[in-house]
Design a protein around this ligand. Structure first.
Ligand code: KIV
Ligand code: ZN
Length: 514
């Protein structure tokens, strides 16, 4: 079966989601998981955008084996040079250069005529090829471009050496049949089309990102650009997990395959949600908490009699735990580790000891431990950044007739630092007390709380996003007590902030040879 190339742009277009900026370490952590997931290309950032973006692409390029590492550049000399420098450490580097071809973009944004755009596109690809063999070109806003002009641009950039030509539906305007026909037209009209890979990149403004991508695949697209959880600019990009599972579940229609390791999908979704602070809606296809939950009695009865009556995908195939109820208070370390390995986590001695300690303390408060609980135990600090501060003590006085007050004790090395504070509510009081201890001035940008499993003793999971000076980070905390989960999430974000501010050895931009 023909293989569709999966180009993941979570770290570039995904990071353009409002409020989703990722620090270098988070980008590396996500890139490692994307490599485990088996994506073919990782677009790691837009190197000219900032020093941080350059650094992130450079570090990801050095850290990841297997996947191609790509950076984005406008058709501008300095962009292409920065991009070439950033992807240089990669085993398989790629430069992705873009230039708009629609009338509205050419006239108002670029203020250039068709002939100038055509020349610039060719120049940009030729210049990129001086640094890198693997060059991708995107005619931005392709779906709203004049088809004849678009075909001319595509033909010319292929002649100039573009190995991939990506057709973006930049503003999510196209409809599936129309977008499929655009790909067919390009395939039929561009004489040298077989010398390149045709890619698509669909946004979700009208909710058509995945449908348009799949329609393009049916009409000959060979690469699909997408993001985990569908995050991205405005309404987001086509969601990777939905595209992959549609192709896999409906092989009868698509007749193609991907190299994605489906069992890693859920874990990847959780990691991206944790590090970006963007919560996945419960009814999100494939990775939402309710994606495999059967509520109606008739459905439950059907599933018990024959699973496929109401389930078209086995939850365990995409990495949801096969068994719902797993461990309890009396489970031993061996069974605990066994279950973690089945969920895809192989911890070292130290990590396992810490995770087991957390598991035991959770089992004291909660009778039944589910796979989702285990995931949050492992993700909550075991595979993460150093804990400069650790929440030790927390007590709250709150009610509808008194001003809420929190007393907080944070461990910093061997010291226990204590402060108390009043607040508008118990969470606000905690956050003020934490700020008083750390001396950092943080603004809370976003706060969300969800329960991880059902029942009154369920774990609550809090995700926060905070800002201090120009730095924005997110943090996550879990506990059976939601105030404690809130404080842990805040401390986790503060630790991330401190870690990001530590002096790092920054890469020297690679020497560019022409
Ligand atoms: O949406 C878009 O057109 C893009 C391009 C840079 C590919 O993100
Ligand atoms: Zn885009």
């Amino acid at each position: 079966m023909k293989k569709i190339i999966i180009f993941d742009t979570t770290l570039r277009d995904g990071e353009q989601s409002p409020g989703a900026s990722l620090d270098v370490n988070s980008k590396i952590e996500i890139a490692r998981q994307l490599a485990r997931l088996g994506v073919d290309v990782i677009e790691a950032g837009f190197p000219i955008a900032s020093k941080g973006d350059f650094n992130a692409v450079y570090k990801v390029a050095g850290a990841i084996k297997g996947a191609s590492i790509c950076g984005l550049a406008r058709a501008i000399k300095s962009d292409i040079e920065a991009c070439a420098g950033a992807v240089k450490p990669a085993k398989k580097p790629r430069i992705h250069v873009f230039l708009a071809t629609s009338k509205i973009h050419m006239q108002y944004k670029l203020k250039k005529a068709e002939s100038e755009i055509l020349k610039l596109a060719v120049w940009a690809v030729e210049y990129s090829r001086k640094f890198c063999d693997d060059v991708e070109f995107s005619p931005e806003d392709a779906s709203r471009s004049d088809r004849d002009f678009l075909c001319k641009v595509v033909e010319s950039v292929i002649k100039a050496g573009a190995k991939t030509v990506n057709i973006p539906d930049t503003v999510g305007y196209a409809m599936p049949a129309e977008f499929g026909s655009l790909i067919k037209t390009i395939k039929n009209k561009v004489p040298n089309i077989n010398k390149t890979v045709i890619s698509v990149h669909c946004h979700n403004d009208l909710g058509m990102g995945v449908s348009n991508s799949l329609s393009a695949v049916q009409n000959g697209a060979e690469q699909v650009e997408c993001t985990i959880n569908g995050i991205g600019e405005r309404a987001g990009n086509a969601s990777l997990e939905e595209i992959v599972m549609a192709i896999d579940t409906r092989k009868d229609i698509f007749g193609v395959t991907t190299s994605i390791n489906k069992k890693e999908l859920y874990k990847t979704s959780r990691l991206v949600s944790k590090l970006t602070g963007i919560v996945v809606q419960p009814n999100k296809a494939i990775v939402g908490r309710n994606a495999f939950a059967h509520e109606a009695g008739i459905h439950q009865d059907g599933v018990l009699k024959k699973r496929s009556t109401y389930e078209i995908i086995k939850p365990e195939d995409v990495g949801f735990g096969g068994t719902r109820l797993v461990l309890g208070k009396h489970s031993g370390r061996h069974a605990f580790n066994d279950r973690l390995v089945k969920l895809g986590f192989e911890l070292d001695e130290k990590g396992l000891a810490r995770a087991f300690e957390r598991f035991k303390s959770l089992a004291d408060k909660k009778k039944e431990i589910f796979d989702e609980d285990l995931l949050s135990i492992v993700e909550d600090g075991i595979v993460s950044i150093p804990e400069t501060y650790r929440l030790e003590d927390l007590s709250i006085a709150s009610g509808n007739k008194i001003t809420p007050k929190a007393a907080i004790g944070l461990a910093k090395g061997a010291k226990l630092l204590k402060k108390s504070s009043f607040g508008d509510g118990p969470v606000d009081a905690c956050y003020k007390a934490i700020d008083a201890i750390t001396g950092l001035k943080c603004r809370l940008l976003d706060y969300s709380l969800k329960s991880i499993t059902g029942g009154k003793d369920a774990l609550g999971e809090v995700t926060v996003r905070i800002k201090s000076n120009k730095d924005e980070v997110s943090g996550r905390g879990t506990s059976t007590d939601i105030i404690e989960a809130s404080a842990k999430a805040y401390v986790n974000a503060v630790n991330r902030l401190i870690f990001n501010r530590l002096p790092k050895i920054s890469p020297k931009p690679a020497k560019l040879k022409l």
